[in-house]
Design a protein around this ligand. Sequence first.
Ligand code: ADP
Ligand code: ASP
Ligand code: MG
Length: 475
Amino acid sequence: MKFGGTSVGDASCIARVAEIIRAASRENDVVVVVSAMGGVTDKLIEAATQSEAGNRKAVADIFAELRQRHDAAVSMLISSPAEQNRIRQEMQEIFEEGDRLCEGTILLRELTPRTTDSISSLGERLSAPLLAAVLAQHGVTSQAIEATELVVTDSDHGAADPWMNPTRELCEARLRPLLLRGVVPVVTGFIGATAEGVLTTLGRGGSDYSATILAAALDADEIIIWTDVDGLLTADPRLVPGTCTVPEISYREAAELAHFGAKVLHPKTLRAVMQCGIPLWIRNTFAPGRSGTKISPSGPTSGGGVKALTAIGDLALITVGGPGIVRIPDVLGRTFATTAAVRADVLLISQSSSQNNICLIVSSAQAKRTVEALRLEFAQDLAHEKVEHITLDPAVAIVTVVGQNMRGVSGIAGRTFCALGRENVDIIAIAQGSSECNISFVVAQKDMKAALVTTHREFELGHCKFANVAPSVLT
Ligand code: ADP
Ligand code: ASP
Ligand code: MG
């Protein structure tokens, strides 16, 4: 069971989480993965960047606030003074580590990805012992464990990936004996360590991925991602009114939604379970009686067509095009070798058939360096051309329509584009590709919300049609 930041946002939320775990642990062996308290990771990253800028006062203020917030939770949740002292001491040591990391950064005025990981991991390292102590108070024997002892990763700081074989061995050695003794391990989400023991993070929102990694390593029966909404919804509820819970969806569809921006799941969450087929539930910590969404290897047996929509904003469209381009040999190979060299994450590609126009979408943050690198790459080839061949539209969004067997349901693209046309939303680029479960299109950032609302209405996604199915645990 994984509990996200909003599920452990304050003392009353944490008490609620402890109750959910207590109920589940009466029937099942449970491993808990916990995120930092909501907003804490943002603050830690801010402290790291303020340290790099040398703003000692700003860093001190952030840490004072974080100390106060955790301290208040301890006071509210732990009644025994001895236990309060013990947990406060443990937290104090973690905060002191944070002070030293920030002080080192202030002195050097340099923030490496490795240091960013160490600073941003402090939130989970604080919340896990806190939740374990609260569980003990609720009569559940538990133990906080840092995932650096369990999840072995590569050294790609900020976006690390697990090495499953050593991870499996460590989980068997460390977690299985606890489960056999009826102890509930409370593991820090978001973090891992290289084989040499250097702390890494899996990326923002990565606790979902931590949960599936541990579940795969232990060959779990089920994974439950507890969050602040009723499951996977037909669209982002912050952007589209009247969304519904999708009762069941396939791994593939859920992976597409996560990849194309549905924040409820980290984009890599399903990777860890693709091969073992463990069912995953998304459920609401604040309404635990509702069954939420089941994500299963092949999804429900009936019902094709559109299931849900998602969007990613703050993107940039780079076009490599124009009359001069067609004469350049290997323009495609060189374009993508260049984006790879600057580590730009290309989210969507579309190309005109004459090969003289390639559109690619990257995040706004990566746009400038990608355009500069492409201009440099083709500078010699285009030295005599009078027009700029590599252009940038800095404010676009990708909207993605997801559903299984969409290839078998004719007219989905047509209906989408007609509806958007009626609302005067211009489509800048389209990618359907070979994937049978998504169509993505690019619109101006300012049109993103209208595109989502219109498509949601067109496919009647706001009409909740299916009866929910109860999960096998916690009924
Ligand atoms: P947690 O702290 O539990 O990890 P997140 O904030 O990372 O929670 O993810 C849950 C949020 O994702 C929801 O509150 C919702 O606003 C947002 N969200 C975006 N798209 C969707 C979607 N399709 N279904 C459900 N939630 C979504
Ligand atoms: N605490 C981390 C973050 O805010 C990981 C997570 O919440 O999943 O990104
Ligand atoms: Mg999350």
